[in-house]
Design a protein around this ligand. Structure first.
Ligand code: NAP
Length: 332
């Protein structure tokens, strides 16, 4: 079905369904609307360094499409998150005991938009809990509407192939009350394995999702680095609870899930993905067991995802033979 008639790369038709609702806008759910955004080879593999032909990895595409999706807060797994870590470890002892409660180096409270407020920031900086970033308050990034400020942070390297690409953070979404001016980089780290040595990725403040079993010494390291954290489970992560907490504490109504396959698979199997944004690159990995868009642990391998339906929302032909697909998912 060709509805909408958008024209894609070099005059090739792109397909958009007519009644595709504004994604993730104006929703007041407890759970943020989750878009799983990935670049993959034709055989569904996600490790760009293994793809051939190598030039078809499409440098910068992942970030560009992230921005076209509207940007905002994003979430990655521990393995992908480790690729951004700048420290080897935290000290393994502390005299402090920290409550197993969310801790934010910085937080921005949504305020309800008033009539006629369009285009204005709805942010209000809250005081830091327990010190924060090196003792000094940070304010929302000055980067607005995709324009890079002169003192903007270094770009976030793409998880696809490690190239340095610019990610203008802080894209304002009308429906995402917490998003105007700020986007969070959220990382699953159940056991507190990542020593960050930084407080942000590409300007987006890091929020670690931990279990309560994480040591006080690790929490001390996170606080020292100015890395915020939440707890979502005692011994194992409850991903649904993590989303609820992110919604409640940070006002996130929309979240871009950006891999890797293990994390994507975990969200998928729990019925937490609302949309898939998949850019298929004209390249092939071809190896058995190579990382793929959705993976499972051995334990989960036999558990099918509770997907009731998948509706094609749009297709676009992009430069270099890339096809960008978006699907809406209904979970049972
Ligand atoms: N092509 C793309 O678009 C794209 C995008 C992103 C990443 N990547 C690539 O993907 C690769 C990594 O993929 P990956 O699947 O190995 O790793 P991943 O998804 O980044 O991280 C998996 C880890 O996250 C934690 N995790 C995930 N689900 C969890 C749950 N339900 N409960 C608790 N912890 C959970 C676990 O950490 P613990 O082991 O600590 O328990 C798990 O081992 C990287 O090479 C990266 O470059 C590609």
């Amino acid at each position: 079905m060709h509805v909408g008639g958008t024209i894609g790369y070099k005059g090739q038709p792109s397909f958009k369904l007519k009644h595709y609702p504004a994604i993730g806008r104006g929703r007041k759910n407890m759970k943020p609307y989750v878009i799983c955004h990935m670049n993959a080879s034709v055989d569904g593999r996600i490790l760009g360094s293994r793809w051939r032909p190598a030039e078809n990895r499409m440098a910068g595409l992942f970030e560009r499409l992230h921005d076209e999706l509207g940007g905002g807060s994003w979430l990655i797994g521990r393995v992908t998150g480790s690729e951004y870590a700048r420290a080897d470890s935290y000290p393994d002892r502390t005299d402090q005991t920290y409550p197993r409660e969310p801790w934010f180096a910085q937080r921005f409270a949504p305020s309800e938009p008033k009539a006629g407020d369009a285009g204005q920031s709805h942010l209000k900086a809250l005081p830091l809990q327990g010190g924060g970033l090196g003792g000094g308050d940070r304010v929302a990034s000055p980067v607005r509407s995709g324009c890079q400020a002169p003192n903007s942070p270094p770009p976030r390297p793409s998880p696809i192939q490690g190239e340095e690409v610019s990610r203008p953070n802080a894209i304002a979404l009308p429906g995402d009350a917490a998003a105007p001016g700020i986007a969070y980089g959220i990382v699953l780290d159940a056991h507190g394995k990542i020593a960050w040595g930084r407080s942000d990725i590409g300007g987006d403040p890091i929020v670690a999702v931990l279990t309560e079993r994480v040591s006080d010494a690790h929490l001390a390291g996170l606080r020292r680095d100015g890395v915020s954290y939440i707890f979502a489970g005692e011994e194992v992560l409850d991903l649904g609870l993590a989303l609820e907490i992110l919604n409640r504490e940070l006002g996130l109504e929309r979240l871009i899930l950006e891999g890797g396959g293990g994390s994507n698979g975990a969200f998928l199997r729990r019925g937490l993905i609302d949309e898939i944004s998949l850019a298929i690159c004209p390249a092939i990995d071809g190896a058995k067991g190579a990382p793929s868009i959705f993976d499972s642990s051995d334990q989960d391998a036999g558990t099918p995802a509770p997907i009731g339906s998948m509706i094609l929302a749009s297709t676009e032909f992009l430069e270099g033979g890339v096809v960008w697909l978006r699907y809406r998912l209904q979970n049972r």
